[in-house]
Design a protein around this ligand. Sequence first.
Ligand SMILES: Nc1ncnc2c1ncn2[C@@H]1O[C@H](COP(=O)(O)OP(=O)(O)O)[C@@H](O)[C@H]1O
Ligand SMILES: [Mg+2]
Length: 232
Amino acid sequence: MSKLIEIRDMCKIYNPGENEVRALDHVNLKIDENEFVAIIGHSGSGKSTLMNMLGCLDVPSSGTYILNGQDVSGLTDDDLSDIRNKDIGFIFQGFNLIAGLTALENVELPLIYRGVGKKERLRLSEIALKKVGLKMRMEHKPSEMSGGQQQRVAIARAIAQAPPVILADEPTGNLDSGSTREIMDILKGLHAEGRTVILITHDNEIAARAKRIIRIMDGKIVDDIVNEKFSA
Ligand SMILES: Nc1ncnc2c1ncn2[C@@H]1O[C@H](COP(=O)(O)OP(=O)(O)O)[C@@H](O)[C@H]1O
Ligand SMILES: [Mg+2]
């Protein structure tokens, strides 16, 4: 297996100076292709900060980030946004769908930004929506769907163009237990078909569904284990 992600000695300091917050404190982390990783920690432990780094949404104060063979630590905003488009599928707690667009149009949108033609866009979007079990809801707007269905649209949007990394920050945080199970089953299925899934959560039960569990506390990785109970 090849290294997909390598973080070396990364620090993130907010408000440098007297009131500084060391949100990431000398973090080292390697993730291979096709891993299914949960990053778990209490509120304020640095999970979202780490997600922002992994997703090229922010830059570290120091340290190195190598993604898919490329050192992205020193890149400009424009280059980082290209990498986000190409290499990372994001899933957020709040779904972040566009209210005025149908499920299909929401999934199509990032493909438009990537310059994918109309026909191919439709094909990829339909495949992705089918994969999350929403073929019959393609023409529905977010307000016409349950929270679980909206999150499935967001997953379809994240996977439509097969990015090497899928990053999910508390994806089930707003969902009931039934929808949570559905979303976790979909993430597990994505891992089973060879994708790399990184799941950020504060919930032990959710983390226990992943194959590797990394614990973060006060900006430091304090535990990194293989989940013996994981079943493929
Ligand atoms: N933009 C910011 N400015 C200042 N402090 C921040 C900022 N974002 C996060 N923090 C602080 O950094 C620490 C880690 O936050 P965060 O990564 O959001 O944790 P988590 O996602 O685990 O709850 C917290 O102490 C938080 O208050
Ligand atoms: Mg957070």
